[in-house]
Design a protein around this ligand. Structure first.
Ligand SMILES: [Zn+2]
Length: 293
């Protein structure tokens, strides 16, 4: 995750959002903080949160300080007042059901008025800080025109994630990791199929190339160059996989292909051109052969 941005930078990046994105992101952050608060409190009290139990029921059970609202006075403003008298940009409104008390507090005073333990307050504020980092990451990705992985379009994502994507707000790496984990199986299938399609396409192109007597298409394909760095960036994982299992290559034909792939890497390293299509088809044949695909 990137280092936390200054308030000024956050403000600048927020201004690059349109209204829908702004409203969505602010409500996402608020909701995340409320959930974090609840989660830490429940954890502290040894209560396990279940998806089939409503938030209200959990609060009933917890019978403790609930984070009702987070107010944001906006960049450069301090319109709110903590119970201690200090002016605030961010104001946390906390409520105790049983004691029927409500306080407006700044982050530093949360512990003083609620009497929640310092350790718990620290857990909560660390959690808030991580949510701010997630916010920064989304804002930075938005400025840098982050692209959604194309294979996410086929997933049955939650409504909130779908909305976030539809309004053009990038996902954070936390969200991406969650999706990758939740849809691990589907994504594996989709990605494998896509690679297979790509190889099939390559094969077709290669055979057209061989059968073609058209000189210009021949020379075009010959001049399609790729660098060592590009090949490594794209295929290092695949190459490492083959290297790991190379002892299982027994067919002489496949051994030749592995030699050829390695020779091409050496050629690239020396700055020479290679036939990238040939490289790809040999590498994928090896992956198939070794059951790595
Ligand atoms: Zn205060």
């Amino acid at each position: 995750m990137p280092s936390p941005l200054t308030e000024k930078e956050v403000n600048r990046l927020f201004q690059l959002l349109d209204d829908n994105q702004l409203i969505f992101l602010q409500s996402y952050l608020k909701q995340s903080k409320k959930s974090k608060w609840l989660e830490k409190l429940a954890h502290k009290k040894g209560i396990v949160l279940h998806s089939n139990v409503s938030i209200d029921e959990v609060w009933e059970k917890l019978n403790d300080w609930e984070l009702k609202e987070i107010l944001d006075g906006g960049y450069g403003n301090r319109p709110y007042k903590c119970e201690c008298g200090i002016t605030l940009r961010y104001c946390y409104i906390v409520h105790h059901r049983k004691e029927n008390k409500t306080y407006q507090l700044g982050e530093t005073c949360l512990g003083n008025y609620t009497m929640m333990s310092a350790e718990l307050i620290k857990d909560i504020t660390n959690g808030f800080h991580n949510i701010d980092l997630e916010r920064d990451e989304i804002l930075i990705r938005h400025e840098q025109c982050w692209d959604l992985p194309t294979d996410y379009n086929e997933l049955n994502l939650t409504e909130n994630l779908r909305t976030q994507i539809d309004i053009g707000l990038p996902l954070s790496s936390i969200q991406v990791n969650r999706i990758e984990k939740m849809f691990q199986h589907e994504l594996f299938q989709v990605r494998r199929q896509r690679e297979r399609d790509r190889i099939a396409q390559l094969r077709t192109r290669q055979s057209t190339f061989v059968n073609s007597s058209n000189v210009s298409s021949y020379s075009h394909s010959r001049t399609e160059t790729i660098t060592y760095e590009e090949v490594i960036a794209r295929h290092l994982t695949n190459l490492k996989q083959i290297r790991e299992y190379e002892h299982r290559i027994t067919y002489p034909v496949m051994l030749d292909k592995w030699d050829s792939v390695q020779d091409m890497i050496m050629d690239l390293k020396r700055g020479e051109d290679i036939n990238y299509s040939k490289f790809l088809s040999q590498m994928f044949e090896l992956l198939y052969y070794l059951d790595l695909y």
